[in-house]
Design a protein around this ligand. Structure first.
Ligand SMILES: NC(=O)c1ccc[n+]([C@@H]2O[C@H](COP(=O)([O-])OP(=O)(O)OC[C@H]3O[C@@H](n4cnc5c(N)ncnc54)[C@H](OP(=O)(O)O)[C@@H]3O)[C@@H](O)[C@H]2O)c1
Length: 365
């Protein structure tokens, strides 16, 4: 009875809060992308409309949003086949903040709760805004051990790694995993997820990243710059799974050669978006399916392995597991630098010019 009263009370509070909120958050600050181009095209506006929430949606007061390579690529025109007709759009996938309002059917969250999450790759209204809107299944309680800045660095990258290793390759304890490009956010997440699953992990990364890889539990970390000629000789043994975050012809060739028969090669550099951009959605997407299928057949016959293009996808259970790993101290992505959201152009310049190699986070106060 008491529980029921609390729950009714909570719901009432939420609906009152929503009404109050609707009356003053009709618009908010956001970074708009009015056309594709360099960092200079980004515009900070103070009065961008906040749409009404759908029943399954959550309004998040953003405190920190991280920059993913997808943001800078979208800004330059990647995904134009989807996004061009919808400009201006708001960039950004990751967010950490507080729940400001919930849609009528949302059950897992309450107003005021600290949350983190990531939008799926094709979402139109991104997170570079004071008030982000995410479906309930793309947001959950923030890891209590992490700050908003730290939390915002995690969901998109970790969910990409989660989908590849857990949903596609279905890794299991004792397997050998090779992560090509462990120094990046997705690669480093993959190493930590695989180690937590009881796998044996090897990786390639830049010299600066080697110690971080070994501390995270990788058994071998090969410096791809120093070992440029011998990277294939330096990596020891055969693997059950290769996750290639770089996905150039050279890494694909050696990644596939390192697999045992029955193993699984996955690349993050699938061509669906670029083919759709070049030929339009109607022709580009079937072309992409055909190109992937051709490689799948080729490698099945030549090497006896599975081959996939892997993409980030919302996964509510995955996000909850990721939070638990963060709170257990088993998953973290270092943040190299933060910028206030008003300096978003400088932050994009820093990423484009590779001035800051690691994670960059935009703060919203
Ligand atoms: N398909 C999808 O849905 C999806 C989702 C997320 C990301 N992605 C793509 O996956 C890639 C990685 O994303 P991210 O968020 O992890 O990027 P990130 O954090 O910017 O990481 C990039 C890192 O890759 C490492 N690297 C570069 N060239 C390398 C090579 N030849 N061998 C080994 N390591 C190399 C570098 O690490 P060091 O510092 O160690 O040199 C660099 O810091 C990006 O291209 C991104 O667009 C795709």
């Amino acid at each position: 009875m008491e529980m029921m009263r609390i729950s009714i009370h909570r719901r009432l509070l939420c609906s009152v809060y929503k009404v109050v909120l609707r009356s003053y958050v009709n618009s908010c600050r956001a970074v708009l992308l009015p056309r594709f181009g360099g960092p200079e095209v980004l515009q900070v506006h103070s009065d961008v409309p906040v749409p009404d929430l759908k029943p399954n949606e959550v309004l998040v007061r953003s405190r920190a949003v991280s920059i993913n390579p997808l943001d800078t690529r979208m800004r330059s025109g990647y995904g134009r086949s989807i996004f061009e007709p919808l400009l201006p759009i708001i960039l950004g996938r990751d967010v950490s903040g507080e729940v400001a309002a919930i849609g009528a059917s949302v059950r897992s969250l309450v107003v005021g709760q600290e949350v983190f999450g990531a939008l799926h790759p094709t979402a139109i209204r991104g997170t570079y805004t004071d008030y982000a809107i995410l479906p309930e299944n793309e947001v959950t309680a923030k890891p209590s051990s992490l700050s908003h800045v730290e939390a915002s660095a995690i969901p998109f990258a970790a969910l990409t790694a989660w989908r590849a290793l857990k949903s596609t390759a279905r890794i299991s304890e004792g397997q050998r995993i090779l992560v090509v490009g462990g120094g990046g956010a997705v690669g480093f997440s993959a190493i930590q997820l695989a180690v937590a699953a009881g796998c044996h992990v090897a990786t390639t990364c830049g010299r600066e990243s080697v110690d971080r890889m070994l501390k995270a539990g990788a058994e071998q970390a090969v410096d791809y710059v120093a070992e440029v000629v011998d990277v294939e000789l330096a990596i020891r043994g055969k693997f059950d799974v290769v996750l290639d975050t770089i996905g150039v012809p050279e890494t694909e060739r050696y990644g596939i050669n390192f697999l045992k028969r029955g193993g699984h090669y996955m690349t993050l550099q699938g061509e669906a978006a670029s083919l759709a951009d070049n030929y339009g959605l109607a022709i580009g997407l079937p072309l992409a399916k055909g190109a992937e299928l051709k490689k799948q057949i080729k490698y099945r016959y030549s090497h006896g392995i599975e081959y996939s293009w892997t993409y980030m996808r919302a996964d509510f259970e995955g996000l909850i597991e990721i939070r638990k790993l963060c709170d257990a101290g088993r998953l973290k992505i270092p943040v190299d630098k933060t910028f206030p959201i008003t300096q978003v152009k400088d932050a994009h310049v820093a990423k484009d010019k590779k001035i800051i190699p690691g994670k960059v986070v935009l703060e919203l106060s």
